[in-house]
Design a protein around this ligand. Structure first.
Ligand code: DHB
Ligand code: FE
Length: 280
């Protein structure tokens, strides 16, 4: 039987990837952030999953406004890093797990009525590669298989926070009905507060971010009641990404143990948040 061994919430700021790729992690600007990530890396190294399901949003890389799946799962054998304008990041391609990905799709669609899109060919952008770099550093090959799970947080109408939480619960049921003995970690990425555009560009709301970090641990149902208007107002236009953390939280047990929590401002224009959870 497959087993979910833990959940990670992490921002996926592209400049974090650039800092890693250009050997800047020990510079004064970046060192505090990378120091704060070390316990999560150690945890990941100790549990070492067979598969990481990475919940992220595609930033108009593989998809665009011509095609905006609300939820999409990568069923391919391999996922190459996407060239987002500066050349693809110098990170390995991700080896997929088509068998588990199709099992997830089947379980989500037929048992739980989540109509997720299956994507047989896709490149993956910073939303997926930066969390992997944060967790695993710069190996020649990623140490586990990766299943990309994309969520539309960009184009109206985005799914609700509650829908994301329920998707996480359905993913948990799907993992537990998979007969192979694989260890799975679920990463929810994006957030925390940030706005990259318009008059409020640079917005950071630490008070609100801490409310989310608290709620993720002890009261996720309160977070599922938050509407998009509040999120846009309090966390900024791109801060809406935080709803993807609720997919991870929905997959965890009702009560969880906080293994690591870290918050740091700034990471370029963004508040960086990190949470590692295990079932209690
Ligand atoms: C930036 C982009 C992101 O996708 C994100 O989640 C945070 C920051 C950026 O361009 O700075
Ligand atoms: Fe993003």
């Amino acid at each position: 039987m497959a087993k979910l061994v833990g959940g990670v919430g992490t921002s996926h700021v592209p400049s974090i990837g650039a800092a890693i790729d250009h050997a800047k992690t020990q510079e004064p600007y970046w060192k505090p952030l990378f120091d704060g990530v070390i316990p999560a890396r150690e945890w990941m190294n100790a549990v070492m999953p067979d598969v990481a399901i990475v919940v992220y949003n595609d930033h108009a890389s593989r998809f665009g406004l011509d095609l905006t799946p609300t939820f999409a799962i990568g069923t391919a054998d391999w996922f190459a890093p996407h060239d987002e304008g500066y050349g693809a990041r110098p990170v390995p391609a991700c080896q997929g797990d088509p068998e588990l990905a199709w099992h997830l799709a089947e379980s989500l669609i037929l048992k739980d009525e989540f109509d997720i899109a299956m994507v047989g060919e896709m490149s993956v952008d910073h939303g997926l590669t930066v969390p992997l770099s944060l967790m695993f550093g710069q190996p020649d090959q990623w140490p586990c298989r990766v299943i990309p799970l994309c969520v539309n947080v960009i184009q109206y109408p985005q799914p609700t926070a509650l829908r994301c939480f329920k998707l996480g619960q359905a993913i948990r049921r799907a993992i537990e009905s998979y007969e192979r003995d694989v260890k799975v970690v679920l990463l929810g990425t994006g957030g925390m507060s940030h706005q990259l555009q318009g008059e409020r560009a640079g917005l950071i709301n630490a008070r609100y971010d801490h409310r989310w970090l608290d709620g993720m641990v002890s009261d996720p149902l309160s977070l599922t009641k938050i509407g998009h208007t509040e999120l846009l107002r309090e966390a900024g236009s791109e801060g809406l990404e935080i709803i993807m953390w609720l997919i991870m939280r929905g997959a965890m047990s009702e009560s969880v143990r906080q293994i690591h929590r870290f918050y740091h401002v700034p990471a370029s224009n963004t508040a960086y948040g990190l949470l590692v959870l295990e079932d209690a």
